[in-house]
Design a protein around this ligand. Structure first.
Ligand SMILES: Nc1nc2c(c(=O)[nH]1)N[C@H]1C(S)=C(S)[C@@H](COP(=O)(O)O)O[C@H]1N2
Ligand SMILES: [Mo]
Length: 435
């Protein structure tokens, strides 16, 4: 696997799995929607730049970059999704499309590292292998997974390790996610732990290594497109699942169907799609996306923009706390005289829960507690609501910040810079215009 060390001209189209893209034939597969959708982009607010200064919706029209957000055109997918990369196909969900309690599949973000495989012809015959540091190597078809183990459905957040990356300065390498590399779906499947118990873990079992059917972008079958793993303790978490259902339907091909992993709370890259094999190892896995700076954060904080020493990095495990305003959308306009705004949003915190969400309408000078719902089950996100008063017409920003169950709050800015931009969980901000 090629490493990204010292690569000239950062490739901003990827979120950290270490690969070299040999040839890029942009647009050939035509995942981009028509330009007519640019208008929708402006309404839902993606035309409102938030890099350094926020600008009112009115003037955003005039200052928007010539090439606005590119909207996704993909069967079964909402055209409001924004394409971050075409090859591999990566698309995020604007915050305002994450307004449902359960993220509908059509709105769920897409992240691929390699080629998208053809849909399986006979899903029930799909096989996964469990091998390595186990007493009994298992080979199980989807049909057997469904009939031999206890089935559960759980609503859990899946979040890309690079979510929030676009807020880093200087820019970090990878897909420039805003906050939309996340969604919360109902996943149906079985506990990976039950399968590992059936296989019988040896005392030497330390780490998992996940393998899948998607080809590397280059088409080279000897290179996995992505192969990550987790500590055996996380693999044994009853919420770490092998799933075949998403929101009550068979898991769609684009989301890894027929069978994928969902390792909630940890970077989405551990949740292998098109799962074919889990190899149990006696040491940390070193597959594609495990080494160097991939899905790793600095131990000793580094100078932003510097190259970094791989020895100073640790694997990112639980994702940091994050909150979103899902309604209104950034750039929303309200009629003159509007004195009150009803806000809705979501918050989650990796392996932890969210203790509080606060909102501000005055750039953080004062904060108001939002009403926060309980998670449906562990790893579910928590929906929040708040009503805020506005003193006058004019331009306002709404900021939201969440605090996790250990008391750690979102920072004002993406901090603790690292080369591939993980852990960026700055407060979410939207701008609204009254009158
Ligand atoms: N086989 C395989 N599994 C994969 C990936 C991939 O490229 N190949 N991408 C990972 C990453 S980086 C993320 S964030 C999630 C995204 O899942 P989704 O596309 O269903 O949203 O899948 C993970 N599983
Ligand atoms: Mo990811």
């Amino acid at each position: 696997m090629a490493q990204e060390t010292g690569r000239q001209g950062a490739d901003l189209s990827r979120d950290g799995a270490t690969q070299t893209v040999a040839s890029v034939d942009r647009g050939r597969r035509g995942f981009l929607g028509g330009s007519g959708l640019a208008a929708i982009g402006a309404v839902i607010g993606s035309g409102m730049p938030f890099s350094d200064t926020l600008v009112p919706a009115a003037s955003a029209q005039g200052t928007a970059p010539a090439k606005g957000p590119q909207h996704l055109k993909y069967p079964g997918k909402n055209e409001g999704l924004v394409v971050l990369g075409e090859r591999p196909l990566v698309a995020e969900t604007p915050e305002s499309l994450l307004d449902d309690d359960t993220t509908p599949t059509e709105k769920f973000y897409i992240r691929n590292n390699g080629q998208i495989p053809e849909p399986a012809k006979d899903p029930e015959a799909w096989k996964i292998v469990i091998d390595g540091e186990v007493n009994n190597r298992l080979e199980l078809s989807l049909g057997e997974l469904k009939s031999k183990y206890r089935i559960a459905t759980r609503r859990m957040v899946l979040e890309c390790g690079g979510n929030g990356r676009s807020a880093f300065s200087p820019p970090a390498r990878g897909n420039q996610w805003t906050n939309g590399g996340a969604g919360c779906a109902e996943w149906t499947g079985i506990a990976l732990a039950d399968v590992l118990k059936a296989a019988g873990l040896k005392s030497s079992a330390k780490y998992t290594a996940h393998y899948a059917a998607d080809l590397h972008l280059s088409g080279d079958a000897s290179k996995p497109s992505l192969s990550r793993g987790v500590r055996i303790e996380k693999a044994m978490d009853p919420y770490t699942m092998i799933v075949w259902g998403m929101n009550g339907e068979p898991l769609p091909n684009i989301h890894g169907g027929p069978v994928r992993l969902v390792v909630p709370g940890w970077p989405g890259s551990a949740s292998q799609k098109w799962l074919t094999r889990i190899n149990i190892r006696d040491k940390e896995h070193d597959g594609a996306g495990m080494t160097e700076f991939s899905y790793r954060v600095a131990i000793k904080p580094m100078v932003p923009g510097e190259k970094g020493d791989p020895k100073n990095f640790r694997i990112l495990e639980s994702m940091p706390v994050r909150s979103l305003i899902t309604n209104p959308a950034n750039g929303a306009k309200f009629s003159a005289g509007t004195k009150e705004l009803k806000l809705r949003g979501a918050a989650w915190a990796g392996d932890l829960t969210v203790k509080a969400v606060d909102v501000s309408t005055d750039f953080g000078a004062t904060w108001h507690k939002a009403g926060l719902s309980k998670p449906k089950n562990k790893y579910d996100w928590q929906r929040w609501t708040a009503t805020v008063k506005l003193p006058s017409d004019g331009y306002f920003e709404i900021w939201t910040r969440a605090t996790d169950s250990k008391g750690v709050m979102q920072p004002h800015q993406a901090g603790f810079w690292n080369p591939q931009g993980y852990g960026g969980n700055a407060m979410h901000r939207i701008a609204v215009l009254v009158g």
